[in-house]
Design a protein around this ligand. Structure first.
Ligand code: ME8
Length: 511
């Protein structure tokens, strides 16, 4: 039976325009989805938008529109951005859809029926920007007297009737979860932080609000709307058809990986499993968190005017170049910075020189000297065998690394083979063999084509468009590009199309 794989991005708040941070999460998740598809899995890849709550309601009011028209417009813009970034999602969920309202109502009822919800009064600090409650002890005071959350978001004192979720009852079950599934939270740094947070004790969580109406009504409780995080997290089961056990996608639950930024790990690794335990539903297998992008060392902000628009970056550098940079430049779990020279260097050194030139040199020697016909392998030398073995190991190596979401290590593993192949071509010098030993020249070029084929195949999830063009040039049929197809050698004598560079150098505009 085909194995299933369910992977998600966070659903993005529609209070403003998409930026490179959102694109980053979606591209990383896309790489996982594409890899698993090539590995023969039945994949469900979910993304979408988080549309309720005070933050979005305020943004709509500031724009002078009603929240529904506002969210329609911004959600469509996020969707356009995802499409332009090559994000191959299978479903685009919006929390204002009826299917989601039905699903949240049912989730609430199950948690309530199990005795985990009670009515009380909330009094405390709330940050609309984070849609989160904070303890007084966590706050700092700005020079102008404003009280600030640890994230820098201003907080306001809130006092209103509220339903509470008995989060305190889940401290032990959560600690047991983290212990039984040591990889439930990755990377280890994020896990350790969360462990000490949960060990410190959990307070019951306010899960309804009465001071505004832009949310999903709490069943049988006029005036209460659900806390936006309860609503938002539940999107992951809504998309599987919850509460219908016969929904075609229900077998995808529980999710294999929720990819999230480090800012929202607590919601995904504490609140979400606790809600699911309370409702008697299976828990996701992994929450994988990533670090933060800054722009030339500065936090992106509207006031600094340095917010990077993903579609504009693609127009400047090219889609696959941007995708490659984001996953290569920094360790997934750590922070990193984007700057023009850093992007240009990755493009010109690694993509154009090391990888693109290798393909171009090999394929043009075949075109010029062999009429474009794919040469046969010769008797393998030790060098041939070493390079071929390094390439043949790549699918397994990359699979192992992507199963732990260490994207930069996966690309580094491929690049070790790229560098080895460059050393090989320089040492074998097929252009010189042309005059002395045509048979050996053919054998060397065939080794290079076979190695390029494996590299292009495993790089498809990262750079789908460019690798499709390269696989065309290598004579690999469109239906033979998954990992299983690597077992079948290319046919000797296949006439390859005329080679054309896949990665142009980035040349600074003289103007
Ligand atoms: O938190 N660097 O939505 P959101 C890297 N709606 N990633 C970044 C980033 C940056 N500078 N800025 C944002 C929400 N991100 C909730 C989620 S899920 C049930 C609800 C990414 O629009 C990162 O993945 O604020 C972060 O988690 C996400 O955008 C937050 O998007």
């Amino acid at each position: 039976m085909t194995q299933r794989f369910y992977v998600t991005t966070p659903i993005y708040y529609v209070n403003g325009a998409p930026h490179i941070g959102h694109a980053y999460t979606s591209i990383a998740t896309d790489v996982l989805a594409r890899f698993k598809r090539l590995d023969g899995f039945d994949v469900f890849f979910l993304t979408g938008t988080d549309e309720h709550g005070q933050k979005v309601a305020r943004a709509a009011a500031d724009a002078g529109t009603d929240p529904q028209s506002f969210t329609d417009k911004v959600s469509a813009d996020f969707r356009d951005m995802s499409d332009k970034m090559g994000v191959s999602y299978d479903d685009w969920i919006r929390t204002t859809e009826d299917r989601h309202k039905r699903s949240c109502t049912e989730l609430w009822k199950r948690i309530a029926a199990a005795g985990h919800i009670y009515l009380g009064h909330y009094e405390g600090w709330y940050a609309v920007r984070d849609e989160a409650f904070y303890d007084a002890a966590e706050l700092t005071t700005a020079p102008d007297g404003t009280r600030l959350a640890p994230t820098g978001a201003p907080v306001a004192w809130v006092r209103e009737p509220s339903y509470f979720f008995r989060l305190s009852a889940f401290q032990e079950p959560l600690l047991k979860l983290y212990e039984d599934q040591p990889d439930f939270i990755l990377p280890a740094g994020a896990r350790n932080e969360l462990l000490s947070f949960v060990r410190g004790g959990l307070r019951d969580l306010s899960i309804s609000r009465t001071s505004f109406t832009w949310g999903i009504p709490v069943p049988d409780a006029p005036g209460h709307v659900m806390y936006v995080w309860l609503d938002a997290l539940n999107n992951y089961v809504t998309a599987c058809g919850f509460p219908d056990p016969d929904a075609p996608r229900w077998p995808f639950w529980p999710a294999d990986v929720h990819v999230v930024g480090k800012d929202i790990i607590r919601f995904h690794a504490v609140y979400w499993p606790a809600f699911l335990m309370a409702a008697g539903l299976p828990l996701p297998r992994r929450v994988s968190s990533h670090g933060w992008w800054t722009v030339a060392g500065e936090k992106m902000s509207k006031s600094l005017g340095n917010v990077l628009e993903p579609r504009a970056l693609v127009a400047t550098y090219g889609l696959d170049q941007v995708r490659y940079f984001l996953l290569r430049e920094k360790p997934f779990g750590g922070d990193g910075t984007i700057s023009h020279p850093a992007v240009v260097s990755r493009i010109n050194v690694e993509l154009a020189n090391e990888f693109g030139n290798l393909a171009q040199r090999s394929l043009s020697l075949i075109a010029r000297n062999l009429g474009g016909a794919l040469p046969a392998r010769g008797d393998a030398t030790a060098e041939d065998r070493e390079l071929l073995a390094a390439a043949a190991a790549l699918p397994d190596v990359v699979r192992g690394l992507l199963d732990r979401q260490v994207f930069h290590e996966a690309l580094e593993a491929v690049w070790q083979v790229v560098r080895a192949a460059n050393a090989y071509i320089d040492h074998q010098a097929p252009w010189a063999l042309r005059k002395t030993d045509m048979a050996r020249m053919g054998a060397v070029l065939r080794v290079l084509v076979d190695v390029l084929r494996v590299m292009a195949t495993v790089l498809q999830p990262f750079m789908p468009g460019s690798m499709a063009r390269l696989l065309d040039q290598l004579g690999v049929a469109a239906e033979a590009r998954d990992f299983a197809a690597l077992a079948v050698p290319l046919a000797d004598g296949t006439v390859l199309p005329a080679p054309a560079g896949v990665f142009p150098r980035y040349v600074e505009d003289a103007a």
